[in-house]
Design a protein around this ligand. Structure first.
Ligand SMILES: [Fe+2]
Length: 260
């Protein structure tokens, strides 16, 4: 049967919508409650909708009963403080799973490449229903920062870097594309992330805001690219060595136990 997907995302896996042009009140993301939740860098998250309406960020499949990233439960204590953001997440009329604000501390392009990951939004998603994709609404005016998208985590070929000024609105198939943000500011970056179910509602929303599936990449120097690749490779190797050593130690302990 297969999943219902958006034609707009088929070719590149992303669309950039018109920039949000209404005023943003920083209180909506500064006055709500955050939880420590590390994901792709030094981050905290403030959920607006979660698996059962608690202020926590775990994947819906880690709850009982486990389920896919749909039918998020709104958290009134949070949505009351962030009414405009809640309204924006609801505007497409598509099913919403997780909805939360990310706070990301400044990092580098090399950090970002190391943090590149694919999401797992469609775990347990029933065949024949809508594929879950994610909206990213940049809240802070991060004029030096950009979102990095790749088809292959370690291959820069075809990399797309999308600018993140205040009001930037992206929709990304984050299970298909490797992604992370390079945030070069001095203050944290805030962004609203919403899991939406693909279908006619989301398609109409993309059309209404003139989604485009190709944008010009934010330019960066060859030197930055090369240094970023080198840092990703260095940290990947360090991580592999750490786990290899840990595995050896565990194997040695098991052997010692079985011999005891
Ligand atoms: Fe992600």
């Amino acid at each position: 049967m297969g999943y219902i997907t958006s034609a707009a995302l088929e070719e590149t896996g992303y669309v950039v919508l018109d920039s949000y042009n209404k005023p943003l009140d920083p209180k909506e993301w500064l006055d709500i409650e955050y939880v420590d939740w590390k994901s792709s860098g030094d981050t905290r998250f403030a959920p607006l909708a979660s698996a059962f309406g608690e202020i926590e960020c775990n994947g819906f499949w880690n709850h009982k009963p486990p389920r896919t990233d749909k039918d998020g439960v709104w958290i009134p204590a949070q949505t009351e403080l962030a009414p405009t953001l809640t309204e924006r997440a609801l505007e497409p009329g598509a099913n919403v799973g997780r909805c939360r604000i990310i706070e990301l501390q400044p990092n580098s392009y090399g950090d970002c490449l190391y943090n590149l990951h694919q999401d797992d939004n469609n775990r347990l998603n029933p065949d024949g229903t809508g594929w879950v994709v994610r909206g990213f609404f940049n809240l802070t005016d991060d004029t030096e920062s950009y979102f990095v998208l790749r088809h292959n985590r370690t291959d820069p070929e075809g990399e797309v870097r999308i600018a993140l000024p205040a009001g930037a609105q992206l929709i990304i198939d984050t299970q298909r594309l490797w992604h992370a943000a390079t945030h070069l500011g001095t203050e944290p970056r805030y962004c609203l992330i919403t899991s939406w179910e693909s279908g006619p509602e989301l398609d109409a929303y993309i059309e209404k805001y003139h989604g485009v599936n190709h944008v010009e990449s934010v330019p960066i120097s060859q030197e930055t690219l090369d240094a970023g690749q080198a840092e990703q490779a260095r940290r990947d190797a360090a991580r592999a060595a750490y786990y290899a050593a840990k595995g050896q130690a565990e194997l040695a302990a098991q052997t010692a136990m079985s011999e005891a």
